[in-house]
Write a protein that binds this ligand. Structure first.
Ligand code: FDA
Length: 304
């Protein structure tokens, strides 16, 4: 309930305008957000990415946004992603760009989303950049998967995120293994209706390990996107992390200690960096999924 309440507060448009226009509040909150978000601009996003890259991490970068309903804002978002891909490409960085399809047109129509996705895929291919499509709430799963499958026919540099907690995902995984693109396995961040998902549990972790094994057996490019130390310890003990096609990916600022130790162990480690003016929505998501983060956020605000 705490998580739902926080997310609906964050989506409140009046609050959004108030925070963005408040000269006093904005910099204070931004200080707390800085652990999780690189900043408001592409330049800040890229600066954070370069620092991580120079320390030996792989990187994903997202311009934050979702559920965009105006055609103009979708075009702006698509253009921002194009510039991001070009900037990363010019720096010769083999980076990944991540995004929600609902940020680039899926709320308007499938064809707007596909046209924008295709343009991103072409530019990304020219610049040796990988794209990763995020997975959104379950009402959107069919549409996202069908857009992915269409693009995967022409572009192997586009990958897809799969939520292990959804019951349907074992069928979806079998299907996705037919395409060459990278699969990013996540437990799932959205509150779903009872009966269609497996809550956080041993059972879910067992399923996560099964999904990883299936991908590894097929030599599928795979991102293991979790901060769950016990799960990672089990995967490591089974030898599933030391593979050329496998990387462990974590959100920036969430468990940097754990990711560093995996990297030092020779495992490919990737950091998911975000930027954009919608940063407060992203930060609220991180607090909602792990409430103790509120203390980290507040101590950063106070400057301890
Ligand atoms: P889980 O929630 O089981 O928690 C296990 C332990 O990990 C916790 O006890 C805590 O110690 C630690 N932990 C987890 N989250 C933490 C946090 N925020 N701060 C501090 N510690 C934390 N989801 C989705 O639905 N669609 C998507 O496209 C994506 N994309 C995505 C990309 C990447 C790179 C990552 C890492 C995650 C996502 N997610 C996502 C989010 C994902 O579904 C999930 O909600 C979070 O990763 C939390 O689940 P975990 O598997 O990390 O651990």
């Amino acid at each position: 309930r705490f998580s739902k309440a926080l997310k609906s507060i964050a989506r409140n448009q009046e609050l959004k305008a108030y925070i963005q226009n408040s000269k006093e509040l904005f910099p204070i909150l931004m200080k707390g957000a800085n652990r999780f978000v690189a900043g408001e601009t592409r330049r800040e996003g890229i600066e954070r990415v370069i620092k991580l890259y120079n320390k030996g991490y792989q990187v994903s970068l997202e311009f934050i946004g979702e559920n965009t309903t105006s055609e103009e804002e979708c075009m702006d978002a698509k253009n921002e992603f194009i510039e991001l891909i070009k900037d990363l490409g010019h720096k010769q960085m083999k980076a990944t760009v991540s995004f929600d399809l609902s940020h680039i047109g899926m709320m308007i129509s499938d064809s707007v989303a596909f046209t924008n996705l295709e343009e991103l895929a072409k530019v990304a291919h020219q610049h040796n950049i990988q794209l990763m499509i995020s997975m959104e709430e379950s009402q959107k799963t069919d549409t996202i998967l069908s857009l992915y499958k269409r693009i995967a026919k022409s572009f192997s540099n586009v990958g897809i995120t799969l939520q292990v907690h959804l019951e349907r995902s074992s069928m979806d995984l079998n299907d996705l293994l037919k395409a060459p693109g990278r699969i990013r396995l996540v437990k799932g961040a959205y509150q779903e209706p009872e009966g269609i998902y497996i809550p956080r549990s041993e059972e879910l972790n067992k399923r996560y390990i099964e999904f990883v094994s299936m991908c590894v057996e097929r030599n599928q490019p795979l991102s293991i996107a979790t901060h769950d130390e016990n799960l990672l310890t089990e995967l490591k003990a089974k030898g599933l992390l030391y593979r050329p096609n496998v990387e462990v990916e974590m959100l920036d600022g969430v468990r940097p200690d754990l990711l560093r130790s995996l990297k030092e162990d020779g495992i490919q480690a990737k950091v998911y960096v975000t930027y954009g003016s919608e940063w407060y929505l992203y930060v609220v998501h991180r607090i909602a999924e792990y409430p103790p983060n509120i203390y980290t956020f507040l101590s950063d605000v106070i400057g301890q």
